[in-house]
Design a protein around this ligand. Structure first.
Ligand code: GLA
Length: 403
């Protein structure tokens, strides 16, 4: 999380990518060395489920993510393989699948379909052998999907002689997730992956995509992530259902807040005036969203003022709201979030990502790191009979090629 040690961080990553290139050579044969790319994951500190409601979010890219090793071919075939999955895709660029297959490679394939469509290059584009891999827990709320999508866009734009412009990579990644895979996600994840800076969090206003980098005091603060081990696939409905509920809540609230262009524009007081219109379920969803906007702005002020205790309180209040109002938590995540607050030097903890499983993010004093993992493992094991992995992350500089 600190620009100090950045060289060491880069060296570690370089070594991992060298190993990944070795695996590429075992898979695809020796020959011209593969090009090596890295694309980070992300964690969101504040602004839970606000991006698709047009609100502010505060994510940061992580120093773990997707590895891409790519070697151009002389024909127009693409071969997609992964060190983390068994299935592979072998196809021609001039004869790409017309629909997703329900497999991991749908994400990079959607990006390739999009890039080709944009470029009108279907006939002339060269193919590639590609091996994906990485060190990010998959499907754990750390945006492994945006990481692989942005990484694929970056690598294939480079392959085809296009500048790996962040906005173009973000556009292709969003298209793949929304139009190809079918998750109605907001804009936060690819923005966080593509635009983050070391030692900073990203402040993104999702209504108009304005963003800023806010410094995170890396000498004082640290981010830990605890994986509950519970997984639920977003494309399978729960996430899209929350998106649909918010859309409906906004339609019903609109007459009371005519100025509002998105649900996040509606003041939280309008929800209290609309209990009948909304009914109990949509009241809960709209309460979470409108209060989360207030909390997220308060968290920004606290971060800028160096008030880490207040920032932590906002983070923990977000967890309670996700649990009680948005109903996307599970007992394992509640256990971790609660146990974290019992460790001295922890400022706040909340589930991160969409929920329904995945990880808890813990904001703590750097010097409080010692003993945190043991404390959380003990509490969790007592209730669930296993120990959750605990990671300490640094922030990251975004997608890049290692040469
Ligand atoms: C998932 C989505 C994001 C965002 C979060 C919830 O990670 O991909 O767009 O909606 O959930 O904040």
């Amino acid at each position: 999380m600190t620009p100090l040690g950045a060289q060491e961080q880069e060296r570690e990553l370089e070594e991992l990518l060298v190993e990944h290139a070795e695996r590429f050579a075992l898979r695809f044969g020796r020959g011209a060395p593969a090009r090596r790319f890295f694309s980070p994951g992300r964690v969101n500190l504040m602004g839970a489920h606000l991006d698709y409601n047009g609100g502010p979010v505060m994510p940061m890219a992580l120093d773990r993510g997707t590895f891409v090793a790519l070697r151009p071919r002389t024909d127009d075939r693409i071969e997609l393989a992964s060190t983390l999955e068994r299935e592979t895709l072998s196809t021609r660029l001039s004869d790409l699948p017309r629909a997703p297959a329900g497999r991991w490679f749908d994400y990079p394939l959607g990006v390739i379909v999009r890039l080709l469509g944009e470029q009108g290059q279907e006939r002339s584009a060269i193919g590639a052998d590609v091996l994906f891999g990485g060190n990010l827990p998959i499907g754990a709320g750390l945006s492994s999907s945006a990481s692989i999508c942005v990484g694929t866009a970056f690598a294939f734009r480079s392959l085809w002689g296009r500048a790996p412009d962040p906005m173009a990579c973000i556009g292709a990644a969003l298209w793949s997730e929304r139009e190809w895979v079918g998750v109605q996600c907001g804009i936060m994840d690819p923005y966080a992956v593509a635009l983050s800076r070391p030692g900073h969090v990203l402040w993104l206003e999702c209504k108009d995509a304005r963003y800023q980098h806010l410094p995170l005091d890396a000498n004082e603060l640290m981010v830990a992530i605890v994986d509950s081990g519970i997984r639920r696939e977003l494309a399978k409905g729960d996430f899209n259902q929350r998106v649909a509920e918010c859309r409906e809540a906004f339609a019903r609230l609109r007459p009371l807040a005519p100025e509002a262009q998105v649900l996040c524009d509606a003041p939280s007081s309008t929800v209290d005036l609309a209990l009948e219109r909304l009914g109990p379920l949509l009241t809960k969803r709209a309460r979470h969203v409108t209060r989360e906007v207030e909390r997220t702005r308060a968290a920004r002020a606290a971060l800028l003022a160096g008030d880490h205790a207040e920032l932590g309180r906002c983070i923990s209040a977000t967890h309670a709201s996700l649990r009680d109002l948005y109903e996307v938590s599970v007992p394992e995540l509640d256990c971790i979030a609660e146990a974290a607050l019992g460790h001295p030097g922890v400022f706040g903890a909340r589930l991160t990502g969409a929920g329904f499983g995945g990880c808890v993010v813990v904001l703590l004093q750097r010097k409080a790191r010692a003993g945190l993992a043991e404390h959380l493992e003990g509490e969790f094991a007592r209730r669930f009979g296993r120990t959750p992995p605990v990671f300490f992350f640094r922030s990251d500089a975004g997608p890049r090629e290692f040469s």
